[in-house]
Design a protein around this ligand. Structure first.
Ligand SMILES: NC(=O)C1=CN([C@@H]2O[C@H](COP(=O)(O)OP(=O)(O)OC[C@H]3O[C@@H](n4cnc5c(N)ncnc54)[C@H](OP(=O)(O)O)[C@@H]3O)[C@@H](O)[C@H]2O)C=CC1
Ligand SMILES: O=C(O)C1=N[C@H](C(=O)O)C[C@H](O)C1
Length: 269
């Protein structure tokens, strides 16, 4: 027997899924007890080590999420919004900590996590890295120190496979800027400018998205005024930073009461 928490990874064949599997396998604080993929995926039934091109490790990929979750203490889930909602209900049923890295969830979808959070701890963040979560704190501080003479723009760049915009991180940074300024983001958010948009509205928080190649994730928060600019920047060059943060969240969540948490809670920022 071991007291290392057992972890299940959902979306195991994905970019983050594979990174998470490697991170858990390399850790001496957790064990990989399951990998979930959707029904019909070619990896279902295969040993995950073999599916990833290596030696067998004795964990088969399954499409039965509830069965996998019932053997685990935590589920790490970087998939897609509809899948994450299903996994939240199942993780709650299994009383497993649910770490959610999935982005692109609507406000209505986020609200649907609440029933699950009554039964198990959920840790959700659009970015699980230490660096970005520090940048969120810095953004809040800088926005609080400056007035609306400084236009705030969040600029993000990601690989060409990314399906959602603005990125989850950009939204975290926008929320932090709005909070620092004492406004509600939805009242001042301006994204997707195209055509004759009119002049920029004072006090708006703008979002721009670049998609190309294999960019892992880059975020700038620009504070632009007459005669000067401040730029706060984070550049991710390796998805391991997100996986390490997610594993930290899964371990942190082990003794936490049911409820919703984020990486600021996990990192104590
Ligand atoms: N919070 C953070 O720190 C980070 C968050 N992310 C977010 O993580 C998510 C995944 O990113 P990434 O790994 O690049 O994406 P991928 O497309 O590479 O992987 C997504 C995985 O989820 C699976 N999946 C998608 N929909 C479903 C479904 N309905 N049911 C079951 N499985 C499903 C996919 O399976 P299939 O191939 O069969 O569709 C695939 O295995 C995104 O939302 C991204 O923004 C990414 C990096 C960091
Ligand atoms: O899809 C990605 O790749 C990433 N998604 C997250 C986001 O939407 O901010 C985090 C990171 O930037 C990579």
């Amino acid at each position: 027997m071991t007291d290392r928490p057992g972890i299940v990874i959902t979306g195991g064949s994905g970019r983050m899924g594979q990174m998470l599997i490697r991170t858990v396998l390399e850790s001496d604080k957790a064990r990989l007890v399951g990998v979930v993929e959707r029904s019909g995926h070619t990896w279902v039934g295969q040993d995950i080590g073999v599916a990833m091109g290596g030696a067998a490790i004795g964990v088969n990929v399954t499409d039965d999420a509830l069965e996998a979750f019932s053997k685990a203490q935590a589920v790490i889930d970087f998939t897609a919004p509809e899948a994450t909602l299903e996994f939240a209900a199942l993780a709650a049923q299994a009383r497993a900590v649910h770490v959610i890295g999935t982005t692109g969830m609507s406000e209505a979808q986020i609200a649907q996590l609440e029933p699950a959070a009554r039964h198990a701890a959920i840790v959700r963040a659009g970015n699980m890295s230490l660096g970005v979560n520090l940048l969120v704190q810095l953004t809040k501080k800088v926005a609080a120190a400056l007035d609306e003479d400084f236009d705030i723009e969040v600029i993000e760049a990601h690989h060409h496979h990314k399906v959602d915009a603005p990125s989850g991180t950009a939204l975290m940074l926008g929320e932090a800027a709005a909070e620092g300024r004492g406004v509600t983001l939805s009242d001042v958010s301006d994204s997707g400018r195209d055509g004759i948009t009119g002049a920029r509205k004072r006090g708006d928080i703008g979002f721009s998205a670049i998609r190309g190649g294999d960019i892992v994730g880059e975020h700038d928060v620009l504070f632009a005024a007459a005669g000067e600019r401040i730029v706060l920047r984070h550049m991710a060059t390796d998805r391991a930073i997100f996986a390490r943060g997610a594993l930290k969240a899964a371990l942190w969540g082990q003794d936490k009461a049911p409820g919703q948490y984020d990486m600021v809670d996990v990192l104590g920022l």
